[in-house]
Design a protein around this ligand. Structure first.
Ligand code: SF4
Length: 511
């Protein structure tokens, strides 16, 4: 029998897919939306509903191993039993794509609804473009910051696959709690249990305003690219929405929400998603921890309510799309608690892939603990088991002290030029290899060579530079002095080291 709950009623004040499409179109996102915007409302809504049901089919297939087995055996019967109102051509194309070879690109056989789902997803993702200025750090005074982020992104290319280069990289993460109530076994950032949440009474509201102003003063417009969670679930904080409103009022940006508590608080999440969409933020995600959570969410939300909200399917046996709609088993990231579980022999953890779920390139604040850290993503390993490098860390008592801490970290770590007096080495995680005419640096996803095309008198060889940097015991000025003994020009050494600095491969204070 069909599951009537899948046809949930709209939630008061919840998301409205057509309103979101109109907003996207009004902001100039994707000409392909025009067809939907110009169509009569009943037709446009029906079209969106068709596409949303297709999205839901994917969620059931990836998130529910029982449904997946039934669907693979008899697609129409399984869809009917689950109450999925998916067009027959979509069902057939979805079914046919499973089990294809890697060379076989299912996009060649996409249906009209699959193309529409792709266009809508892209249009939603382009919303991040609304924050482009925020992410660039382009405001006057933000140049040192923009260059530091560029170095971090260049360094990332050694650690992560190319598609990660396009991922959203917030500038600031603000934790509104100490710890997280959810306690996922696979938490890649090893969140502690929930101890306290940040309050928002009159005094705390004034302080939150002051903190946002500090971020704006120190980071410029880029401070708007913020999230209000990290090793926390935002819904643990009863005042979460008020924090977002205050942030939006001061910066004009609405931070995205990622939560694993949506199945337990669907009405609240519906209102958050609707407000986020109205403010142009469609980068929200709902983590789904189990088949039971998936069913609860599907019972609470109509498919079109979640059209612009990806579900991150985290339960046992979940699949993920590789070339939509082909799905393969999802693998966890070998970081945090997954690393610990793998060390204990947990079978699922041992299949995890190296990497990181960390996204912030910038400052991580905890309002409860009054702690600020400067971080960037890296592949998790024994030194950085949570998948992010902590370059600096400090406590602060109030907003002025936070400003002083951020300013100090900025001047210590974001110098636009390579400081002369700090000991340098190649960054942790890069493998240095000598070549006949220079050297190469290897990461899991990128190898870059620094080699001499031709040698000019007075200029250092890349090999000499590489060997001295790799020793990790000298500053730029010491390296220049050592090479000067062989008649090498100090300015040429500085230029070569500058190339390495801009390439993001140098670690400061390497010793
Ligand atoms: S993965 Fe997210 S929700 Fe789960 S414990 Fe970690 S921080 Fe909390």
């Amino acid at each position: 029998m069909a599951e009537a709950a899948l046809g949930a009623a709209p939630i008061d004040d919840g998301p409205d897919a057509l309103a979101t499409v109109r907003l996207l179109a009004a902001r100039g996102s994707h000409a392909a939306l025009g067809e939907l915007v110009d169509a009569p409302e009943p037709l446009a809504r029906r079209r969106l509903s068709d596409v949303a049901w297709l999205k839901r089919l994917g969620e059931c297939f990836c998130g529910d191993p029982g449904f997946r087995a039934d669907f693979l055996a008899a697609p129409e019967r399984a869809a009917r039993a689950r109450g999925l109102r998916v067009a027959p051509e979509d069902l057939n194309a979805f079914h046919a794509a499973q089990g294809g070879s890697d060379e076989d690109d299912p996009r060649a056989r996409w249906t009209e609804n699959m193309h529409a789902l792709w266009e809508l997803t892209r249009a939603g993702l382009d919303c991040e473009g609304w924050n482009a200025a925020a992410q660039s750090g382009a405001r006057p005074g933000g140049e040192h910051y923009r260059r530091w982020r560029a170095r971090c992104r260049a360094r990332e290319r050694y650690d992560f696959p190319p598609h990660v280069a396009g991922f959203y990289r917030p500038v600031v993460a603000v934790e509104l709690a100490s710890g997280c109530s959810v306690g996922c076994w696979f938490c890649a950032i090893s969140a502690d249990g929930l101890r306290a949440t940040a309050e928002l009474g009159a005094a705390e509201r004034a302080e939150w305003h002051a903190v946002v102003d500090v971020l704006e003063r120190t980071l410029g417009a880029s401070s708007a690219a913020a999230i209000c969670y990290w090793a926390t679930d935002p819904l643990d904080n009863p005042s979460y929405e008020s924090f977002l409103e205050a942030f939006h009022a001061r910066t004009g940006a609405w931070p995205p929400t990622v939560t694993a508590l949506a199945a337990r608080q669907p009405e609240r999440v519906a209102r958050i998603l609707a407000r986020a969409a109205r403010h142009g933020c469609l980068s929200n995600e709902l983590s789904v921890l189990s088949v039971a959570d998936l069913r609860r969410l599907h019972a609470a939300f109509r498919p079109e309510d979640l059209l612009f909200t990806p579900l991150v399917l985290q339960g046992r046996g979940a699949h993920q799309f590789v070339a939509y709609p082909r799905a393969v088993p999802a693998r966890k990231v070998l970081a945090g608690r997954v690393r610990e579980a793998a060390a204990r022999g947990n079978a699922m953890a041992r299949e995890a892939q190296p990497g990181s779920i960390a996204c912030v390139v910038g400052f991580l604040l905890n309002l409860v603990e009054r702690r600020v850290r400067l971080i960037r993503p890296c592949t998790a390993d024994a030194r950085w088991p949570l998948g992010y490098v902590v370059l600096d860390e400090a406590r602060y008592a109030d907003a002025p002290e936070l400003e002083a801490r951020i300013t100090a970290m900025t001047s210590r770590w974001m110098s636009a030029e390579l400081p002369d007096d700090r000991v340098i080495g190649f960054d942790h995680g890069l493998e240095f290899r000598v070549l006949p005419n220079g050297f190469e640096l290897r990461g899991a996803w990128q190898t870059r060579r620094f080699v001499d095309r031709l040698r000019l008198p007075g200029r250092p060889s890349w090999l000499a530079i590489g060997v001295l940097v790799n020793a990790g015991d000298a500053s730029a000025s010491t390296i220049a002095r050592r090479l000067a003994a062989g008649g090498i020009d100090a300015a040429a050494v500085s230029e070569a080291l500058g190339v390495l600095y801009d390439a993001g491969v140098l670690a400061l204070d390497a010793r």
